[in-house]
Design a protein around this ligand. Sequence first.
Ligand SMILES: Cc1ncc(COP(=O)(O)O)c(C=O)c1O
Ligand SMILES: N[C@@H](CCCC[NH3+])C(=O)O
Length: 472
Amino acid sequence: MPHDQHPAQAEAVEAPALPAPEPDGTPTGVWSTGTGRGDDGALRVAGLDVRDLAREHGTPAYVVDEADLRTRARAYATAFAEAFAPEAGLAGADVYYAGKAFLSVAVARWVHEEGLRVDTATGGELAVALRAGVPGEAIGLHGNNKSDAELTTALEHGVGRVVVDSLPEIERVAAVAERLGVVAPVMVRVTTGVHAGGHQFIATAHEDQKFGLSLTSGAARKAVDEILARPGLDLIGLHSHIGSQILDLAGFEVAARAVLGLRAEVAAQTGHLMPEVDLGGGYGIAYTGHEGPAPTPAQIATTLADVVRRTCAELGTPVPRISVEPGRSIVGPSTLTLYTVGTVKDVALDDGGRRTYVSVDGGMSDNIRPALYEAEYTAALASRASDAEPVRARVVGKHCESGDIVVHGVALPGDVHDGDLLAVPATGAYGRSMASNYNLVPRPPVLAVRDGAARVLVRRETIEDLLALDEG
Ligand SMILES: Cc1ncc(COP(=O)(O)O)c(C=O)c1O
Ligand SMILES: N[C@@H](CCCC[NH3+])C(=O)O
């Protein structure tokens, strides 16, 4: 959707009230559940005043509410365990946290402690999950172009699954498995043709893109047959991931039916009944409060359980063990980015109105999503309360690009000035993980806050770090 049709763009709207509402006990709001305002009006996260955080750690900074993140992870584990229980006529489920959304050693440990496994997409993510002590069998490896080194590390550590993404990869995984003398558990990533997601760059199951093996062209079936012919590979299941930031669960149902259909066809024709099916991640979250309700883990689990039960009954096949891979919906709302306001500029608009450009000390290097996907965010004055008349504001970064926008349209108090702290909520997913050093800006730290205390999960980069990479 073009920006100018979005309410947050056309009309500057106020950030949703604090703290986030929790309709059914599951946090679903824009702000983490531990975020609120103190008596003097300054924002607090998990009992800590953001002014203290800024004083001690500087800005910009990503601030993770640990309890919120853990609650979301636990909510997935519980919801899927309940919905897919044998008593419900199903064969159990595993939830893999998609580390691409944001991974650090502490976060990998937290989600594992809360009952999740970890989905990795590169050797870097794999290394962090292993460093966190996540056992190999609780780790999955994705990627459309895995290197031999990545495959070797994965199989040496006994990962639970390698998700095969192309026909040539089958040979490569088999060769590494043979060299190591192991049998590799593999899944086939199937492109189901379901087009879903918030932006074309984050939809992943339509035909004309790089991921997976097409169901309709027969490539997925070919991959299945090639894997079955290799004793060094154990075909444990099929995988489908249809996109990201999806708020409507209908696409998942269509995709689930498609992969369950292929599983049944393979079982009927080859006698190999794959024990597992992975239905991917992609569940959307609230960024501005205007995008419609985000599905809760319980809604997702019961919807998927229902479609798996019904489809397998129709197909006459036993139900598989199910897995899912949420990333954004676990880490996204747990985190806000804290910025300091620098310059404030009032600009006359063609429509006769005015817009206040509020520049902060970060921007597209710590959050590329508005520039890359036209993603919408909101913001709130964090260091104080103000009852000044709101102005139509745009929060922008400090980079040399006019598209360096953090929040397209938000109502901020008209007395916003330099030195104020601004908080942008729901930046935990694909913020730090997609951060860059554009304009040689060092990347911000990730701070975890819990019970009134903060600790650094990932330290701030320094100019010295950047100079150290430069061989001169
Ligand atoms: C294969 C796969 N699994 C899981 C995810 C996680 O998606 P999300 O963070 O939207 O839940 C992605 C990213 O879209 C993905 O590509
Ligand atoms: N990076 C994307 C999501 C893609 C996830 C990986 N398939 C985003 O910020 O929305």
